[in-house]
Design a protein around this ligand. Structure first.
Ligand SMILES: NC(=O)c1ccc[n+]([C@@H]2O[C@H](COP(=O)([O-])OP(=O)(O)OC[C@H]3O[C@@H](n4cnc5c(N)ncnc54)[C@H](O)[C@@H]3O)[C@@H](O)[C@H]2O)c1
Length: 397
């Protein structure tokens, strides 16, 4: 992460000269295709990265969509078959922004072709597939990372630093929510762009892999390994018309999921996610209670970290709202002046900046495929637990 960044030998002398190009081949021109393209374009403007990402090719199934996307974002060329993109000698890194059911096949092929692989979350449809992906990148020895971007919100990175410095002491509780409300209407179809999330054949799971995976990745990063889980799920709308077949078909995703867990450090966890929380669009929150202090974070106010320190003078003790914008706070010296905020898209710029630095130094960029496999193991255990109505041990990876 940024706080461990060392001076880079590739950036001595003229800061803009001699930057090595890193040719990006991006697969999937939707929501994440946009956030990643934006990050590749911005990173050298704000970070002394050792490489210059070159938007070499983007891939969509329809030529029209690929051309439109390439024109808007400045890609030099297009492909309509991801296999052709991977086969190109002028592509150094393959960025997977396609739906979940595509991740494994593309990542394994890209690794076998010797490309660096940046894959969107969740890593895979399930743990078995995730293992195959980890094996492929590790066997090929290629750089790999998974875009769990919330780690790189400056306030979340600061939370990591506070925990590691021992300010919270022993941790007792970790609780997280990720709440949305966009699938409440029974008329909403399943399948196709964006709505593939409601089709389990494409998404693998519902809110567990889509939303809770983010919460789990952050939780493992901040609070360590999760050993066991007890989950429950519900599918509130059991049939929806499918956009691709035109037929009304059963819905197999979890619309909502809640689970309890035990972390290896002895703390208790409580997680909830749903797309049926009327009034909430993307309410990702977490709270951690330690022996000496507590912290809270809320995606809707992402540059603030709420902090309570029991060591404060009792007459003024209370929750502090730390505005994470000062230049000594994670990532912030690269942006504006203290007091001025950044937002959602910057988390992807941070991820690219860290990836480029680590690539130059031959170091892994967390979360790697193996790190993301740990999250996949928790997701699978939660869904198994919900199916079997019992506690499940999380398979160590
Ligand atoms: N990190 C995050 O916070 C975050 C947020 C949203 C989505 N995601 C993940 O990103 C991935 C993409 O999600 P999205 O929201 O961008 O979806 P999206 O539906 O907006 O875009 C997906 C794109 O992939 C394209 N696609 C499908 N099959 C393809 C193929 N065979 N070849 C080329 N392109 C193909 C679709 O046409 C579409 O343009 C998913 O894995 C999702 O879980 C991550």
């Amino acid at each position: 992460m940024e706080e461990t960044r060392k001076p880079n030998p590739n950036r001595e002398g003229d800061p803009m000269a001699d930057l090595k190009p890193l040719n990006i081949g991006l697969i999937g021109c939707g929501f994440m295709g946009r956030t990643h393209s934006n990050a590749y374009k911005r990173v050298n403007d704000f970070f002394d990265a050792p490489y210059r990402p070159v938007l070499k090719a983007c891939c969509a199934r329809s030529e029209e969509n690929a051309r439109h996307f390439a024109g808007r974002w400045g890609y030099e060329s297009i492909e309509t078959d991801w296999r052709k993109l991977i086969a190109r000698r002028d592509i150094d890194a393959v960025d997977i922004c396609a739906p979940n059911n595509m991740h494994a096949e593309i990542a394994i092929a890209a690794a076998q072709a010797g490309k660096a692989v940046l894959c969107e979350k969740p890593l895979a449809m399930n743990l078995v597939q995730g293992h195959q992906m980890v094996d492929a990148v590790e066997k090929a020895g290629v750089a790999n990372t998974v875009w769990y971007n919330y780690r790189r919100v400056p306030a979340v990175t600061l939370a990591k630093q506070l925990i590691e410095s021992g300010r919270l002491g022993r941790i007792f509780h970790y609780r997280a929510n990720f709440l949305q409300d966009w699938t409440i209407s029974a008329d909403l179809p399943q399948g196709g762009t964006g709505l593939w999330r409601l089709d389990a054949d494409v998404s693998g799971s519902g809110v567990t892999g889509d939303l809770l995976a983010h919460c789990i990745d952050t939780a493992i990063w901040l609070n360590g390994h999760i050993g066991s889980v007890a989950g429950m799920t519900e599918t509130f709308v059991k049939e929806r018309r499918h956009n691709l077949t035109g037929k009304v078909q059963p819905v197999h995703i979890d619309d909502a999921c809640a689970f309890l867990c035990r972390f290896d450090n002895g703390s208790l966890g409580l997680f909830e996610s749903t797309r049926y929380a009327r009034g909430h669009k993307a309410l990702y929150t977490f709270e951690i209670n330690g022996e000496k202090a507590s912290i809270k974070w809320d995606l809707h106010d992402l540059h603030r970290l709420e902090y309570f320190d029991h060591g404060d003078d009792s007459l003024v003790r209370g929750w502090r709202s730390v505005h994470v914008t000062d230049s000594d706070m994670p990532y912030m010296k690269h942006w504006w002046v203290p007091g001025l905020q950044i937002g959602y898209e910057h988390t992807f710029v941070h991820h690219v900046a860290d990836f480029l630095d680590n690539l130059a130094m031959g170091q892994p960029t967390a979360p790697t495929f193996r790190d993301a496999l740990a999250t996949q193991a928790v997701c699978d255990a939660v869904l198994d637990s919900a199916d079997h109505h019992k506690w499940e041990t999380v398979v160590p990876v």
